[in-house]
Ligand binder design. Structure first.
Ligand code: MLY
Length: 266
């Protein structure tokens, strides 16, 4: 389901161009997702990346899995691409000499971990190793994004969302991901080879639901257009509203109203 958003129309309207697929660490054809809800696998604990934990697939969307660490709560779900190197079949950790760890915030006493693990794995449906992808796609050699290029990006504050975005700035190996229509509250810097950014058209290929751009751009704020029209005409407002201008017409762009942030994760 693609919502009502069309990149074609949007790119024409904005006169923007999309970042070529060679900019991204993504396979050109999105990886096949053969996982099923309830399957268990090994995953790196995102909050403690040196530990490998047991995770359960609690949801699927396009080429991504929604994962929950066994023994953790339901407030810390995270999403991984099926070709991520951070997920492995059960048994992999032990094979390479490691030990499965309780997740950060394990809800039981640490001493009950061995028994918990035993019970968790007993009779579990383990994701078969054939549905894992042998290798993560290689990282492009360098950061070849350019400011203004369009892309699709995970909203890290609401990671189930993939949204239209623009490369807003470059900083060495990093790119500033800005979310179209969201006034900056969700923007972040990431490495150019982040797995959270995708070429335009990705969601259409995976069947993910690409969000529509927000409507909160500074220049489309309804208050701003009132402000602009008043300033442009240099209207004299009633005294009760205070003086708007001293008669000289200034460019309203010199005094933009403060950008209103949104609380994180809302
Ligand atoms: N709960 C939030 C969701 C915002 C999502 C923003 N992303 C798509 C950039 C809200 O609607 O306020």
């Amino acid at each position: 389901y693609q919502g009502h958003f069309s990149w074609d129309k949007y790119l024409k309207e904005t006169g923007a161009s999309s970042a070529p697929s060679s900019c991204f660490r993504q396979s050109v054809t999105p990886p096949l997702n053969e996982f099923k809800a309830g399957m268990k696998l090994e995953a790196q604990d995102p909050r403690n990346t040196t530990s490998t934990c047991i995770a359960t697939v609690v949801g699927l969307t396009g080429s991504r899995l929604r994962l929950r660490l066994d023994g953790s709560d339901n407030k810390n779900d995270f999403w991984r691409l099926v070709d991520s190197s951070e997920i492995q079949p059960i048994g992999n950790c032990e094979k390479s000499g490691g030990m499965l760890q309780p997740p950060l915030g394990f809800r039981l006493n640490a001493s009950s971990w061995p028994m918990f693990l035993l019970k968790t794995l007993n009779g579990a449906e383990m994701a078969p190793s054939r549905i894992f992808h042998k290798q993560e796609p290689p990282a492009p050699e360098q950061n070849s994004f350019q400011v203004g290029m369009k892309l699709e990006a995970v909203d890290r504050k609401n990671p189930h969302f993939i949204c239209p975005a623009t490369a807003g700035a470059l900083r060495g190996v990093e790119v500033l991901v800005t979310f179209d229509g969201w006034r900056g509250a969700f923007d972040y810097y990431c490495r150019y080879d982040s797995r959270d950014i995708f070429p335009v058209g990705w969601c259409a290929l995976t069947g993910d639901n690409l969000q529509s751009p927000g409507t909160k751009d500074f220049y489309s704020s309804p208050l701003l257009s009132v402000y602009l029209s008043i300033s442009a005409r240099a209207l004299v407002l009633p005294k009760s509203l205070g003086p708007l201008t001293d008669g000289s017409v200034e460019s309203p762009a010199m005094h933009p109203p403060p950008t209103v942030g949104r609380p994180p994760g809302q």
